[in-house]
Design a protein around this ligand. Structure first.
Ligand code: 5AD
Ligand code: SF4
Length: 466
């Protein structure tokens, strides 16, 4: 994608990753000021928001959960599907309204949408009340943009990825579970996907820096870490330093944090050695999120996924056979341009073969600038919605069956928090990422305990602590 309007800076001229540190000093003029941060999208965005919060709190801002109380609103946006856009522009309307009452309110928009040229143009032309726009490659510029803030709209977005930052002072959401970025961007360029454009090419962090961060989290008492990347299995390929994801995973496991997870896996980069490492270490959780996207070989080819349904099933079975008690979940897109009923039936067939523990299912959404968005599509939205319903029915049936297998069993649960609807209940996740609700005291939060499963539902389990 070409962004003539956006700044072209920090262009990497060689393969070497330049590493930068960044932090900000407390500024007394921000004392007592409040920020409201709203995050859309994936775990990567949630983790970026922890970085944003870190910077804002270094400056002197404190967090509020009430939009109306805020002096600064930051929207960390998602671009993966059109409905994410609609939500953000809807929310901007509320911010605009608030700014009429509070003219000093600063409104900042960052994240994946900010990397889209048409969005930036729309904000310039139709949303002049937005003060600051910053992209995914310059999150650390937000405090600078706030400090420079004047009446004029301040837009600073880089179209090309830059350096990898280290020693980021995150303000983390949880004291028990932490995300750890192992890489940024993606090189896979699936034809429907906007991520390689909004997040840039793949840049892996150096293994020694990741291990240092993980050791620090262990010392702070973290019970669980999730290694984050758009395609974790390709970790290290851009570095050419002789190590890859299996080496990283093994080294991380040896640090000894009780629970290690990783997302997201791409089938094409998943090797047998990686499966061996996952199966070998007790603290690498038996849970793999393995996006299928489609079960039709014709569509998989058009999507640029680089595997056939047969190869996917072979990998799926290898993982199931090699890792005891593993759960596998997936992502599926229905209604890729010109998907036929027969293509769709192929997807249902793979679902029937793999019987996923659960699946995130989506209707294809054309994203400007991606190759797939140029394909003329003959399938109506009604037909796509009907296929989605049929797919969800099947997926939910298998989720329930998997959950029912757990009834009467004792599972290990990391307790995360208090159930929002029933405050006498707490909730947590099993090793293979199943949500369990049960009666218990707040002081169990952060502990790994045994829970007996009493009732299985499609999307969660009820249990009792033992
Ligand atoms: N339309 C619908 N779903 C998409 N995804 C990615 N791009 C699109 C798109 N254009 C889905 C994929 C991916 C998940 C994070 O979002 O299934 O795995
Ligand atoms: Fe998008 Fe494909 Fe990269 Fe996943 S692997 S982020 S779907 S381009």
């Amino acid at each position: 994608m070409h962004y003539p309007d956006l700044k072209m800076a920090r262009i990497r001229t060689d393969k070497k990753v330049e590493i930068k540190n960044v932090s900000y000093d407390f500024d007394p003029s921000f004392q007592g000021k409040k920020y409201f941060l709203k995050t859309y999208g994936c775990q990567m965005n949630l983790h970026d928001s922890e970085e944003i919060r870190g910077y804002l709190e270094q400056l002197g801002y404190t967090k509020t959960n009430e939009l109306s109380e805020s002096d600064l609103v930051v929207l960390n946006t998602c671009a993966i599907r059109e409905n994410a856009h609609d939500k953000v522009f809807g929310y901007l309307g509320r911010c605009k309204h608030l700014k009429r009452e509070k003219p000093d309110l600063i409104i900042a928009l960052g994240g994946c949408m900010a990397q889209e040229e048409n969005v930036v143009t729309e904000i310039k032309n139709k949303h002049p009340y937005v003060d600051i726009v910053f992209g995914t490659h310059n999150i650390s510029d937000l405090p600078k943009l706030i400090l420079e803030h004047t009446e004029k709209q301040n837009i600073e977005v880089y179209s090309i990825e830059g350096d990898v930052y280290e020693n980021i002072k995150y303000s983390r959401d949880s004291k028990y579970c932490a995300w750890v970025n192992i890489m940024y961007g993606c090189d896979k360029f699936c034809t429907y996907c906007i991520v390689p454009f909004t997040r840039g090419r793949q840049r892996s962090r150096l293994m020694e820096n990741i291990l240092e961060e993980v050791s620090g989290l262990k010392n702070k008492g973290y019970q669980e870490i999730t290694l984050l990347g758009q395609n974790v299995n390709a970790y290290g390929k851009d570095l050419n330093l002789g190590y890859d994801f299996k080496d990283l995973l093994e080294s991380v496991a040896k640090i000894g944090i009780p629970r290690i997870r990783f997302v997201t896996s791409h089938p094409w980069d998943f090797t047998d050695e990686m499966i061996d490492v996952i199966g070998k270490y007790r603290n690498i959780m038996p849970y793999v999120h393995l996006p299928l996207q489609s079960g039709s070989n014709r569509i998989l080819k058009l999507m640029g996924r680089r595997y056939t349904k047969e190869e996917y099933i072979t990998l799926f079975k290898k993982i199931k056979e090699s890792i005891p008690n593993v759960s596998i979940t997936t992502d599926i897109i229905v209604g890729f341009p010109n998907e036929t009923e027969s293509d769709f039936l192929d997807t249902l067939e793979v679902v029937n073969t793999c019987k996923f523990d659960s699946a995130f299912t989506f209707i294809y959404s054309p994203r400007e600038g991606t190759p797939a968005s140029k394909i003329e599509d003959s399938v109506s939205l009604e037909e796509k919605e009907e296929r989605l319903q049929r797919l969800n029915q099947l997926v939910n049936q298998y989720s329930l069956e998997h959950n029912q297998e757990l009834e009467g069993k004792i599972v290990s649960v990391l307790v995360i928090g208090i159930n929002e609807k029933d405050h006498n209940k707490i909730y947590g996740y099993t090793e293979n990422m199943k949500l369990v609700n049960f009666f218990g005291e707040e002081d169990l939060i952060g502990q790994i305990i045994d829970v007996k499963i009493t009732v299985a539902k499609s999307f969660s389990l009820d249990g009792e602590a033992i």
